[in-house]
Design a protein around this ligand. Structure first.
Ligand code: NAP
Ligand code: ZN
Length: 347
């Protein structure tokens, strides 16, 4: 076994503590990654604090992982020692069900092995995430990352990037289309950069007046402060696509009412309480309310290659491990510009 060290919580209200634990030996198809950077996704906070009701402890969060390959198994072909590799939200799946063969491993019908707060394919061994020094992963579930990039700023692409890229591609964000992004956080700011790069006319809907300047710098064409409903009334029925990336409970009716004929609102945010909406908000203009969950390995690689080609990375605040608790508090207060990323060097 490979000894490693992580930062873990032992329960929903526990403080983070250093945890020594073991990764499996490097198997024939595995690579050992020395983690360089790991982003802090709001899903880490939801799960560390038990907000989704599915948490197991001790938990080492982290699913926006970038690192250097330190060892490769005998059958590995995709990576060599020294390459840069990434890990996103899952590390294995059955590979044969209709979801896996359709490149949607995140919906594996047998078992999708989450990067942390999950189980390995034996459905018994717990998985521990990227707030740690090493990860052992099957090469088929690791992503290739070009080394000549700001790797701290690439890490958030592994979750925030793919989660917004996937629905923007699915609903064909393009020139002439009006796209709204609700919530300018980790996911939201990636949604803005990606939708702008695809040529759409982009509006940020935000509760934070201080983010207006940033939104425009990120490339958004419009910024709407949602704390005053009067700002939204003139926009009713005008949007083709709205990506809702809000982490807390909020009123969906307001945003549904902004959709034009056949407009689509995509939920990517995962507040713990079930949202409610009036059917009338949907029926009018034949609107759709849909969901989207991360992306498969193939699409995640496509997104990473797209971002490298278009010079798109995340805006990050790089912190040492001991500042994770402070980063959680600030993320909850929407005080992050726009993703905290842990630098493992000092850990
Ligand atoms: P984040 O960085 O904390 O951003 C969330 C944003 O939501 C905030 O910046 C804020 O934007 C807005 N917000 C927060 N509290 C609010 C409130 N009470 N009312 C209205 N707006 C509020 O979070 P994230 O990492 O981007 O994640 C966002 C959500 O997506 C989380 O629930 C996360 O679990 C989920 N998620 C889903 C997937 C998926 O596959 N679908 C993947 C990753 C994450 P403003 O300041 O602009 O208002
Ligand atoms: Zn995430």
């Amino acid at each position: 076994m490979i000894q490693t060290t992580g930062y873990a919580v032992s329960g929903p209200e526990a403080e983070f503590e250093v945890l020594n634990f073991e990764r499996r030996e490097v198997g024939r198809a595995d690579i050992l990654i020395e983690i360089l950077f790991c982003g802090i996704c709001h899903s880490d906070i939801h799960q560390a604090r038990g907000e989704w009701g599915n948490s197991t402890y001790p938990m080492v969060p982290g699913h926006e992982i970038v690192g250097r390959v330190a060892q490769v198994g005998g059958d590995v072909t995709k990576f060599a020692v020294g390459d840069i590799a990434g890990i996103g939200c899952f590390v294995d799946s059955c590979r044969t069900c209709s979801s896996c063969t359709a490149d949607c491993e995140q919906f594996c019908k047998v078992h999708c092995s989450a990067t942390y707060n999950g189980k390995e394919m034996d459905k018994t061994t717990p998985t521990y995430g990227g707030y740690s020094k090493h990860y052992v992963v099957d090469e088929a579930y690791a992503l290739k990352i070009a080394a000549d990039q700001n790797l701290a700023a690439v890490a958030p692409l592994l979750c925030a990037g793919i989660t917004t890229y996937s629905p923007l591609k699915r609903f064909n964000a393009r020139p002439g289309q009006k796209v709204g992004v609700v919530g300018l956080g980790g996911l939201g700011h990636m949604g803005v950069k990606l939708a702008v790069s695809m040529g759409a006319e982009v509006t940020v809907f935000s509760t934070s007046p201080s983010k207006k300047e940033d939104a425009l710098k990120l490339g958004a064409h419009h910024f709407v402060l949602t704390t005053d409903p009067a700002h939204l009334t003139p926009l009713k029925g005008t949007y083709d696509l709205i990506v809702d990336a809000v982490s807390a409970d909020h009123d969906l009716n307001i945003y549904l009412s902004l959709l034009a004929i056949n407009g689509v609102m995509v939920m990517v945010g995962l507040p713990s309480d079930p949202p409610s909406f009036r059917p009338f908000s949907l029926l009018s203009n034949n609107r759709s309310l849909v969901g989207s969950s991360i992306g498969g390995i193939k699409e995640t690689q496509e997104m990473l290659d797209y971002c490298a080609a278009h010079n798109i990375t995340s805006d990050v605040e790089v912190i040492p491990m001991e500042r994770v608790p402070e980063a959680y508090e600030r993320t909850i207060k929407s005080d992050v510009r726009y993703r905290f990323v842990i630098d493992l060097k000092s850990f």
